[in-house]
Design a protein around this ligand. Structure first.
Ligand SMILES: NC(=O)c1ccc[n+]([C@@H]2O[C@H](COP(=O)([O-])OP(=O)(O)OC[C@H]3O[C@@H](n4cnc5c(N)ncnc54)[C@H](OP(=O)(O)O)[C@@H]3O)[C@@H](O)[C@H]2O)c1
Length: 322
């Protein structure tokens, strides 16, 4: 099969076309003939040598895809050959075929294209488990997400709104702020104003989803309401910073975080089941939809990464595989 591999860790040019054997699905796994694959920031970290695949996962990048079930492994009854699915992958999405546990796949929501479906799983699994499972966001609470137009941000705004939260977002340009507002968030251009007094003026955030880190860590603590929860999913500005933790006690704050990829297959299957019950009906009804940026041919994965790292994209970038 045609695939894209990481020749040696580095910039986007490290992504080069190759041929590999078609993987064989083991017990409980399915083989997906990939139509489109999603591109995510963790793929760029892996390409740069900063985020190794977990043991047993493909060394090829690619954490999500949509396509057709091409083969099933022993013990799989949930799917049949020919079913259209979108799936979270342990890796290997930048290829014509990939294997994944059968219960990490979900049906293609009604009316969504393969490109849209390929853009769902990595961000929806991540947002669900962090914002709702870990941080426990509830209807009526105030929710702040940084990077509001990222794949993660556009998903988080829509899900939090759909579940009855009041949503706030930061973004780095007027165009991005407008997109956040279109999605239902109150939004601030962080290059022109400080989000801390903005949030404090609204009573503070009950939950903050942050991928920035660095000096955002102490500022996020200030922007939280009493009993607020900060959930950290990345550190684009670095994980080390001096923080005064006294407010943690006085204002009863919680700091948590997680990464999706190293979690057990069972943990991911549980998230998939919750998404199918709670979120797929919203996608089927068209209440929410992935925000799409550009699609590149698989062979141009390097250009897709260059676009993501330039930072001008809004929403999800995908690769057309067939
Ligand atoms: N923990 C997990 O399980 C998990 C899973 C998936 C993704 N993630 C992380 O979540 C983040 C978003 O992922 P994504 O795929 O949605 O990425 P993305 O679309 O590339 O978004 C990154 C966003 O971060 C904002 N940003 C703020 N400060 C930045 C900085 N110093 N450098 C670069 N961007 C900065 C950018 O928007 P502005 O122009 O508005 O600043 C951009 O919208 C990534 O950091 C990724 O590693 C974590």
């Amino acid at each position: 099969m045609q695939a894209i591999e990481i020749a040696t860790p580095g910039g986007p040019e490290a992504l080069v076309p190759t041929t590999r054997p078609v993987p064989v699905p083991g017990p409980g796994h399915i083989l997906i003939a990939i139509d489109h694959a999603g591109v995510n920031r963790p793929d760029a970290l892996q390409r740069a040598g900063a985020y190794d695949p977990p043991p047993g996962a493909s060394d090829l990048p690619g954490l999500e895809a949509a396509g057709t079930v091409a083969a099933i492994g022993p013990g799989v009854s949930r799917w049949a050959v020919g079913d259209a699915v979108c799936a979270l992958l342990p890796g290997g999405g930048y290829a014509e075929y990939a294997v994944t546990p059968a219960d990490h796949a979900l049906p293609i929501p009604k009316g969504l294209s393969m490109a849209q479906a390929a853009a769902l799983c990595e961000t929806f699994f991540t947002v669900w488990t962090n914002v709702f499972d870990r941080a426990g966001l509830k209807a009526g609470e105030r929710f702040l997400v940084h990077g509001g137009t990222s794949g993660i941000g556009t998903t988080a705004i829509q899900l939090a709104r759909a579940r009855g939260a009041r949503v706030f977002a930061t973004a780095g340009s007027e165009e991005k702020v407008a997109t956040c507002r279109d999605l239902g968030a109150e939004a601030l251009n962080y290059r022109e104003a400080d989000f801390v007094p903005w949030m404090q003026g609204e009573g503070g955030a009950d939950v903050i989803l942050d991928m920035v880190g660095g000096d955002y860590l102490p500022r996020n603590l200030k922007a939280l309401a009493e009993d607020g929860r900060l959930v950290q999913i990345a550190f684009l500005q670095g994980p080390k910073v001096a923080v005064n933790f006294a407010p943690l006690m006085v204002r009863r704050l919680t700091i948590t975080g997680s990464t999706l990829r190293p979690q057990s297959d069972l943990a991911k299957a549980r998230i998939a089941a919750r998404l199918r019950a709670e979120v797929w009906p919203l996608l089927d009804a068209g209440t929410i939809a992935p925000v799409m940026d550009q699609t590149f041919p698989l062979a141009e994965a390097a250009a897709a990464h260059a676009r993501m790292e330039a930072g001008d994209h809004i929403g999800k970038i995908t690769l057309k595989v067939r």
